[in-house]
Write a protein that binds this ligand. Sequence first.
Ligand SMILES: Cc1cc2nc3c(=O)[nH]c(=O)nc-3n(C[C@H](O)[C@H](O)[C@H](O)COP(=O)(O)OP(=O)(O)OC[C@H]3O[C@@H](n4cnc5c(N)ncnc54)[C@H](O)[C@@H]3O)c2cc1C
Ligand code: FES
Ligand code: FES
Length: 492
Amino acid sequence: MRSDIRFLLGNEDRRIGNIDPQTTVLNYLRLNEHKFGTKEGCAEGDCGACTIVLGEVDEAAAGGMSYRTVNACIQFVPTLDGKQLLTVEHLKSADGSLHPVQQAMVDNHGSQCGFCTPGFVMSLYKIWLDGGEEERGAINDALAGNLCRCTGYGPIIEAARQSGGAAINDTIEQSRRWDVASRLKGLIGDDGGLSLSHESGRYFAPRSSDELAQLLITHPDAVILAGGTDVGLWVTKHLMRLDPIIYIGDVADLKQVEQIGSDLHIGAGATYSAAHDALGAVAADIGELIRRIGSRQIRNAGTVGGNIANGSPIGDTPPALIALGARIVLRMGDVRRDIALEDFFITYGKQDRAKGEFVEKIIVPQPGAQTQFKAWKISKRFDQDITAVLGAFAITLENGVIRDIRVAFGGMAGTPMRAKKCEAALMGQPWNDATLNAARRALADDFKPMTDMRASGEYRMLVAQNLLSKLFIETTQPGVATRLVGKAAAHA
Ligand SMILES: Cc1cc2nc3c(=O)[nH]c(=O)nc-3n(C[C@H](O)[C@H](O)[C@H](O)COP(=O)(O)OP(=O)(O)OC[C@H]3O[C@@H](n4cnc5c(N)ncnc54)[C@H](O)[C@@H]3O)c2cc1C
Ligand code: FES
Ligand code: FES
C-alpha cells in the first residue's frame, strides 16, 4: 500500500505524505493551499458554500472521466487520492475572462454579499459540464444544496439556463479529459490503495472488499468511512478524533449496482446518486424518496450502505427497503451472513453488526406485478431536511381484498420498524373504510412515537395514520389528486 496521497488540484500534481487524515478538504484548500474561493458556511454539508467538483476516472463516461459536486467541509483530504479536485479558482481562463457560468451570474445579478456565490458557481459549473439544463425542476434539484440568503433564487436559476451550452476552452474541456484520466491512472498506478500513519491517526483505503475484510479483522475497532456525510460531522461538529479510519470509497466491488435475476444488488459503497436510477426502476416512489435525501452534493457522497449501517431511526431508505423485503449481507473475514434488513435494527443505537464486520451489500427484491409500492417522507422543508415521519407500504390487492401487505415506518420508534399490528389488521381484509379505520387504530398499538424538535409524538401518530389514508385513496381512487410533486411516481 502507498503512503502518500496523490491527486490533481486542477491540473497540478499533488503528493501529500504527512497530513492529519481527518483534515477536511475545505480546511486544506484554505489553510494549506491558500485558495480562499471555497467558503465555510455551516461545516455540516447543509449550505453548499464549500461546493467543489471532484473528477474520477470512469471508463464508461465521456472522455474517461466523471465529475460530481460534493461538500468540501465534510470530506477528508485522503479521500482525494486518485481524483481531480476542481475549485472556483480553476474556472478562470488564462486571459482572465470569466467562465460562462460566472458571466451569467453577473449578467443576471445572481450575487449580492457573494458568500454563497462560489458554491453556486460550482454547482452551475457541473450543470454546464453536463451540457446545460433548461428545465426548472432539474435546475432546482441541482441547486437545492446551495443556500442563498440575499439574492433570491430566480436570478441564479436564470443564470443556470443562460450559461448551458456556452463553449469555451475550459480546464476540463472534453477533449482534455482523456489526458486527465491517463495522468490520474499514472499517479496512483496499481498499488493496492493507501495506508497513512500520522501522529494524529491512521488511515487505510483498500481497493478490494477482500482487503477491506482483512483490514477489519486486524483493526476491528476502526471507524468505517463511506461517504462521510455522517462521519464528517463527527469531526467538524463533535470534534472527535478517529483512529484508525478505513475508507471504503475506493473499494471498486463495493460500488457495484447490478440486477441479478429479479433482485437488485447494491454494493454498500454505492452512492445514492449511483443507485438512484436502479432503485427508481424497482419502485418509482423510492426514486422520488432518494431525490429528496439531502442535496445533490450529499447524494453524490452518501451511500445507501451508510444510511443502513448508521442505525438512525430517521434514515430515509431503511423503511422503504424494509417494506420491499430487502436483505443485507454482512461480512467478517470470509464469513458472510444474509439477514432480513428489519432484523439488523435491534434497538436505538444497537445494530446486529459485530466488531470487524461490515455491510457488504443490500439485496432488494423486485415487487410482484400486482404489488403497489408507496412511500412518503414528511419533513418541514421539501429539500435538504431530516424526516419527521416516513411511511412505506407494499400492498397487493386481489378483487378488492388485501392479499399481502408490508408497512414500515421511520421516525415512529427507536429504529426503522415494521408496523406488525397494523399489517395484521389489514391482511386478508377487504380494502374499505372499515379496514382502513381498524388499521389506523392498530398503528397506535404499534408505536408510541417520541416528541422532539422535529415533531410531537401526537403529530407523528396522526401523520402516520393519515399516510395510511393516503395509501387507501391512491390505491382505490386512482383519479384523485394526492400529490403536488412526484405525481409520476403516484401513477407508476
Ligand atoms: C446535509 C445533510 C443532509 C442529510 N439528509 C439526509 C436525508 O435527507 N435523509 C437521510 O436518511 N439521511 C440524511 N443525511 C444523513 C446521511 O447522509 C446518511 O445517513 C448517509 O446515508 C450516510 O452514508 P455515508 O456513506 O455518508 O456514511 P458515513 O458517514 O461514511 O458512515 C455512516 C456510519 O455508517 C458506518 N458505515 C458506513 N458504511 C458502512 C459499511 N459498509 N459497513 C459498516 N458500517 C458502515 C460508518 O462507520 C458510520 O458509523 C444527511 C446528512 C447531511 C450531512
Ligand atoms: S460549509 Fe456549508 S455545506 Fe460545507
Ligand atoms: S449572495 Fe449573499 S448569501 Fe447569497
